[in-house]
Design a binder for this molecule. Sequence first.
Ligand code: ATP
Ligand code: MG
Length: 655
Amino acid sequence: MSSQIDHLLDETRQFPPSPEFVAHSIDDPALYQRAAADREAFWGDQSRELLTWHTPFTRTLDWSNPPFAKWFDDGELNVAYNCLDRHVEAGNGDRVALLWEGEPGDSRRITYAELTDEVKRTANVLAGLGIGQGDRVAIYLPMIPEAIVSMLAVARLGAIHSVVFGGFSADSLRSRIDDAGAKLVITADGGYRKGKVSALKPAVDQALSDRGDGEQQSVEHVLVVRRGENDVEWQPGRDIWWHDVVPVAPAEHTAASFPAENPLFILYTSGTTGKPKGILHTSGGYLTQAAYTHKYVFDLHPETDVFWCTADIGWITGHSYVAYGPLANGATQVLYEGTPDAPHPGRWWEIIEKYKVSIFYTAPTAIRSFMKVGRSVPQKFDLSSLRVLGSVGEPINPEAWMWYREVIGAGTTPIVDTWWQTETGAIMVSPLPGITATKPGSAQVPLPGISIDVVDETGEHVGNGNGGLLVVTEPWPSMLRGIWGDPERFVETYWEKFADQGYYFAGDGARLDDDGDLWLLGRVDDVMNVSGHRLSTAEIESALVAHEATAEAAVVGANDETTGQAVVAFVILKESFLADHTPEGLAAQLRSWVGEQIGPIARPRDVYIVGELPKTRSGKIMRRLLRDVAEGREVGDTTTLADTAVMSIISAQVK
Ligand code: ATP
Ligand code: MG
């Protein structure tokens, strides 16, 4: 990507925070100055300020053997103690930690004191099952309080969790259990999704069955939470009901301290571009940056705010901004079991109204699906408690950003578009809501303490006004420490491309605008080359979404005899436009619209009106599958798709 991205949307709107917001914000421009003056000292200060260390560290960063970093490595701490006990000891035991809402409408309110007790009991149970430092525990649960309790109980023992999203199949679960060599699986009979109980235990049974000759089974026990009340099969000796053992376990448990670099979890990436990678994170650095970003990016006031991140704990966002960041900071948060539209399309807004959520963090895919249905649904609810909105997971199109701000944020709330990855562990690029004048569609600036650049293929800085590859140029506390069991793949995937410079290669394209603000352009693998012009998927998709008829769009480059690659667009229309327009007419309109908005070179060769787009279970568009359709090929590996039927529907619609 040495040549620049040629055509970009000309976004000039800017929204500085209101004077009232600034007056109450904890965000302080001095953060940038302190970090710039001495980055390592800055992180050392953050870690001491935000965490409680059993043994204080004296070394901040050991980068003597890159890319294998050690942060705070002679210090010792207990991650669960930092998320629980110390808040109780500080007199905040009565503060609500979790405002849990089940999909059918049942709810639980759990204070820090109660959560601490529950985690201690569970830690005692796990220890009794032989779990100790370094052992792996697979967690395959719905979004119920026991999911958080399980993660923290594992962390408390210095063991390693591997959370597997509850929507994954038995096969995906099996490969993750085997890859990590898990000793214990924590699951539930089932959980609620879209108004029905969706069973989980059978997938565990299946994942653990059918071992071939000589194939070792690492799992010794399965701990099962009763949630769905569905019938389950039982293997005596192996399977244990949670309610039989946890409530009767002693609530005394002293948190031992573990080295800062003790592994905390393995988590597999979303699998948007290929086979998921088992990303390894450790304790002290990870927790430092999770707490730091959760505090400053969301302008957290733990005594008064109600935080809600909608991500499932099966994703990194659920690890850093449901489990670890909010609890390390002593925040009060909502935890919701179900889907956004069950039992009615206003379910999320109803929850915000009910719990007076003040900070809300979700993904562009959700925002676009609400846009598709229309603003009348959220407008039925009182959303006036909201004061900060966040976005993560994909580039947010400027039109979706504006809709989010106007319809959900009453035209006043700052929006933080946060760029990061499973590998980075925590947010890396984002506005600070009390400081930054935000721009719709731009993630804007690296956080204080983070060094990001946009470079060309040779590693040279591209300069403002140009596009290139996003790199991280200095180590950061919550950086991945490796790919589980595969150090070579770790070096190869992230560090080889810019080995000379020692940069981390993120795999995403980005542009710097004239102010030096960052715009994410999509995956490097997805950038198109049309008649020698480099075009970004994000840019053309944003132009399509800016058309009044469009709810969602995905763009790919398909082989083309004359232009090398041609732009092919897949578009979902807003419900209100479906009735009185023909697909052919709208497709033609959209082709010329993109031509007008960006330039003739970007005009799609084909626009397909479809009902769905292929997405990962975390809601990200999988463009490589659409490229297969656009090029008339057999559709590739769909195992990480949320709904595998979608591809045959799309293929049929395209023919
Ligand atoms: P895989 O690595 O297996 O293909 P994945 O990259 O989708 O899967 P994640 O780690 O969940 O797995 O996602 C990180 C990616 O999500 C980033 O590399 C980027 O492409 C995208 N992303 C996340 N946040 C943003 C954002 N705010 N703006 C633009 N893109 C984002
Ligand atoms: Mg990735």
